[in-house]
Design a protein. Structure first.
Length: 346
């Protein structure tokens, strides 16, 4: 889904860029008997559409993050992401870029902006013990399995019956009948844990319940881009249990907790607002006066809450002047707790 959005993002971009391609806006787009349409005419019409309002918002946000965090992104990372996209699209990649209005250079600039935004969001993440414990609840360590993917439920049921027979060779049947070209040649062999993105969540959940050698019933998976269904049959080869030792999986738990933060709209909205304020973003065209309101309001709300807490703390300190030693002791204990929490999340 992300790659699809990424490749089509530039199409609308040209609408807004037209408004800036001439200093006066008098450049002519078209002429006719007794009249003409200029860049300024087009811009004034286009800027009020919801698509271009959203586009302006995205352009501002991405630019702010690039300005602040662009130095955190290396050319190596940009090239790697570009090559990854090119590999996914194969021979059609160049034509896809052209159709979306990109050149190789402009597409790499878009990749840099996205990586800068990711770096900026991650810079604001401060994981707590509670975050890691929440990640632990949903975590499952790596297992080895085999899968067969069918394009219809009837096919999946027939395959399930076939692989369930005594002596059935699951790998051979996967090579013959699976429609998943990425796994069929290897007999459907896959390895995944709960941080994996190559295996659908529905399939993972079903797999966790299987013992070694057990085969699942067909599992329906809906493609959120095309709304088509496919059906997975899973054979567990080697399962695993996470046990009780969180420290053993600390890196994976941090990854899960970070991803949870990045998918939290409240968190990302506040961070975006903070970055916009830090970069002193000002809207100069009244047509776009409200495009950033949601983010700025979220940042202001956080600042207001912080100020309120500070004022409350100051008032408490003043009224408790006669109990200075007690207050100091309490403050020290709180500080120690916060330091321990921060240390445990690094």
């Amino acid at each position: 889904m992300k790659k699809k959005l990424l490749l089509t993002a530039a199409t609308a971009l040209s609408l807004l860029v037209l408004g800036a391609c001439s200093n006066t806006g008098s450049e002519e787009i078209a002429t006719m008997k007794g009249n003409k349409i200029t860049v300024a005419d087009f811009y004034n019409e286009a800027k009020n559409t919801s698509a271009n309002q959203q586009l302006a918002r995205n352009m501002i946000i991405y630019q702010a993050f690039e300005d602040k965090y662009g130095d955190k992104v290396t050319q190596k990372e940009i090239d790697a992401k570009y090559d990854e996209q090119a590999k996914q699209y194969g021979d059609t990649f160049d034509s896809q870029l052209k159709a979306a209005g990109y050149t190789k250079e402009s597409y790499k600039k878009t990749i840099k902006q996205q990586l800068a935004m990711e770096a900026g969001l991650k810079a604001h993440i401060k994981l707590t013990d509670a975050d890691l414990k929440t990640a632990w609840e949903s975590f499952h360590p790596e297992v080895e399995a085999q899968i067969i993917v069918a394009s219809s439920e009837d096919d999946a049921k027939a395959i399930k019956e076939e692989v369930s027979k005594d002596g059935a060779d699951f790998a051979k049947i996967a090579k013959e009948k699976s429609v998943d070209t990425t796994t069929k040649d290897d007999g459907g062999t896959v390895k995944f844990d709960s941080t994996s993105t190559t295996i659908p969540a529905e399939v993972q959940e079903a797999a966790w319940k299987l013992k070694d050698g057990e085969i699942s019933d067909p599992i329906a998976v809906t493609n959120t881009s095309t709304y088509t269904q496919s059906f997975y049959i899973v054979k567990m080869v080697k399962t695993s249990s996470k046990g009780n030792d969180m420290d053993k999986y600390k890196d994976q738990l941090k990854e899960i907790a970070e991803e949870t933060k990045l998918n939290d709209s409240d968190f990302t909205t506040k961070v975006i607002g903070e970055v916009l304020k830090d970069q002193n973003v000002k809207i100069k065209d009244s047509a776009f006066s409200s495009v950033l309101e949601t983010f700025i309001d979220a940042a202001d709300k956080k600042t207001s809450s912080s100020d309120s807490a500070t004022s409350s703390s100051a008032a408490t300190s003043s009224s408790a002047a006669t109990s200075t030693s007690t207050a100091t002791s309490s403050s020290t204990a709180t500080s120690s707790t916060e330091e321990a929490t921060t240390s445990s999340s690094k």
